[in-house]
Design a protein around this ligand. Structure first.
Ligand SMILES: Nc1ncnc2c1ncn2[C@@H]1O[C@H](COP(=O)(O)OP(=O)(O)OP(=O)(O)O)[C@@H](O)[C@H]1O
Length: 555
């Protein structure tokens, strides 16, 4: 009761509205609504109060800016150099988010069987300790197993498959007697990595290039859509890369033109595999699966003929990766792979033993206690980083951008990704944010290649505070500094929620996800909450503060 009183004290004018609101929630849902409360010390909830260490400092132009904390981990993003926007002449200092609960395993990279040159490169790039999923996946892939890698967003799945691949193919590979005769020869393509978007494809290429270093970065080639195809074909011919990374359409196109020779390919990686299963990619994926790597004529049983774990395989090794693994992926993996294993952060099991809901819900008591979901309704409970905080705020459609503005100020967010479903409304939102003095840019598929790259670059560098985007950016996009994700439109389902939400809270950093919805949509939030097995708390942004409205208990 005292908690309820404190809400009244803080927000007297809103009290009546709030009580009405709570009773409506009860109407839409069977869940029990508890008393409203605000933080017991009446401290406003901001990203700072939630643990993002930042400090206000005066810069030359007298504007208050953030001084970054030095992260213990060097990320791919700049380390907080002062940045200057050429247009506004505003000096921005990037705030680096601390790793609060990093998913690091106790092992070191050197225990995982990686070659010395690769270990040196990891150290040089500041990758000192493997994450849990890397510790589980690297030795498993090195033992020639086909795998489905599933762990929550931002837990380091990319290196989990890149490191074993780089141990075996390309210039950093093991100089074992087995492949020493191949040294010096021009190799064929040995690994094909497929990603559903151009941005994700390019991000993976950057990660490989970082490890290869400038002298050897030609060993990887990007084959993404939207870029000049003949230039990519020329580069393939000239550089003879060991690894190609691309989008399904472009890989299939170049392969069909006879310019991509992948029949001897050793590895096929399907990153964001559940997305690659979607209807849009069906034909291209069919071609890739048929043409990449030597398929044994014995089909599925061929793998069983392997005598020992290190026996050289004669057909490709298939690696499938996602934070969300619905039953469709398990089914596809069983037919595409060779007795694949399901690799999660803390366990490795044969995929045959994985049930549709098992791998997703098992670690989450809330999701486990709810009714068992249908195959479309699976709860991606272990897909979400544990450090994330989830909120929803009721807002009328026409007030959403203003609510977003209040949300950004109340949470003191520095790097925000706002998701919308419709491109036209997305443009309007950017216009309104800019009109309210918040630097924002749009990112979606209707933009040209240059505009897309520029928007992303400006957002990553901290020059732009809000990136307004759609599903294009929901998968894989890695911006360590992103401290807030806002759903200006609700995602279509809990899987989409998980991927959008996962753009913040990367690698154990704290992050907040706020979904803005109309009153009639609250039941959708409640449904996703149940499916995801997380608490999505009602809130409002009043007088520059976040006020929690109610807590709900599962029934
Ligand atoms: N062992 C490590 N030490 C330090 N940083 C790491 C380590 N492994 C990965 N990272 C960094 O963590 C960030 C997140 O990794 P990554 O993008 O691979 O996550 P993910 O699990 O694939 O996420 P998503 O599911 O969203 O695609 C990246 O910036 C990556 O460089």
């Amino acid at each position: 009761m005292s908690a309820l009183v404190s809400t009244r004290v803080l927000l007297p004018s809103l009290f009546f509205q709030r009580t009405t609101f709570l009773s409506r929630i009860s109407f839409f849902n069977t869940s029990t609504v508890l008393l409203s409360h605000v933080d017991s010390k009446n401290v406003p909830l901001t990203l700072t109060s939630l643990g993002f260490k930042s400090e206000l400092v005066e810069t030359n132009n007298k504007r208050q800016k953030y001084k970054q904390d030095v992260s213990p981990i060097k990320t791919s993003i700049g380390e907080g150099k002062p940045l200057r926007s050429s247009k506004s002449k505003v000096v921005l200092t990037k705030r680096t988010l601390e790793l609060e609960t990093p998913p690091f395993a106790s092992h070191s990279f050197s225990e995982l069987g990686l070659p010395p040159l690769l270990l040196q490169r990891l150290e040089r790039e500041g990758f000192n300790v493997p994450t849990d999923v890397q510790s589980a996946a690297i030795p498993t892939i090195l033992k020639n197993h086909d795998v489905v890698i599933q762990s929550y967003t931002g837990s380091g799945k990319t290196l989990a498959y890149l490191l074993p691949i780089l141990s075996i193919v390309g210039p950093l590979r093991k100089n074992s007697p087995e492949n020493s005769d191949e040294l010096g020869k021009k190799m064929e393509i040995e690994a094909v990595i497929v990603a559903p978007s151009r941005e994700l494809g390019m991000q993976i290429v950057r990660e490989v290039e970082k490890l290869l270093g400038p002298a050897e970065k030609r060993a990887v080639q990007q084959l993404v859509g939207g870029a000049n195809r003949s230039r990519q074909e020329e580069a393939l011919k000239k550089n003879k890369p060991s690894i190609v990374v691309g989008t399904p359409g472009r890989i299939a196109e170049i392969s069909a033109a006879g310019k991509l020779h992948t029949h001897n390919c050793r590895f096929l990686v399907l990153d964001e595999v559940d997305e690659l299963l979607s209807f849009n990619f069906r034909e291209d994926m069919h071609r890739i699966l048929e043409h990449v790597g030597r398929r044994s004529s014995l089909g599925q049983n061929a793998g069983r003929a392997l005598k020992g774990p290190l026996e050289k395989r004669v057909e490709r090794q298939t690696i499938m990766v996602s934070a969300t693994v619905p039953f469709s992926v398990i089914r596809a993996a069983r037919s595409w792979g060779n007795n694949p294993l399901l690799v999660q952060s803390q366990k490795i099991i044969p995929l045959e033993a994985a049930t549709p809901s098992g791998p997703l819900n098992i670690s989450n008591p809330i999701a486990r206690s709810s009714e068992s979901p249908s195959s479309q309704d699976e709860a991606p409970a272990v897909s979400l980083p544990p450090s994330l905080k989830h909120y929803y705020c009721i807002s009328k459609l026409q007030h959403k951008v203003d609510t977003l503005r209040r949300c950004i100020h109340a949470l003191d967010a520095n790097s925000v990704i706002a998701f919308m479903n419709n491109t036209k409304q997305l443009k309007d939102a950017v216009f309104k944010l800019e009109a309210r003095g918040i630097k924002a840019l749009e990112l979606h598929g209707d933009l040209g290649k240059l505009a897309r790259s520029t928007a992303l670059k400006k957002f990553k560098s901290g020059e732009v505070r809000v990136l307004v985007t759609n599903e294009l950016s929901a998968r894989g996009l890695d911006v360590a500094e992103c401290d807030l994700v806002v759903n200006l439109d609700l995602p279509t389902d809990s899987v989409h929620y998980a991927h959008r939400a996962g753009r913040t809270g990367r690698l154990g950093r704290k992050g907040m996800v706020v979904s803005l919805c109309e009153e009639s949509e609250v039941f959708v939030v409640k449904k996703m909450q149940k499916q995801l097995g997380v608490v999505i708390t009602g809130c409002d942004f009043v007088e520059g503060k976040l006020s929690v409205i109610g807590e709900e208990r599962y029934t």
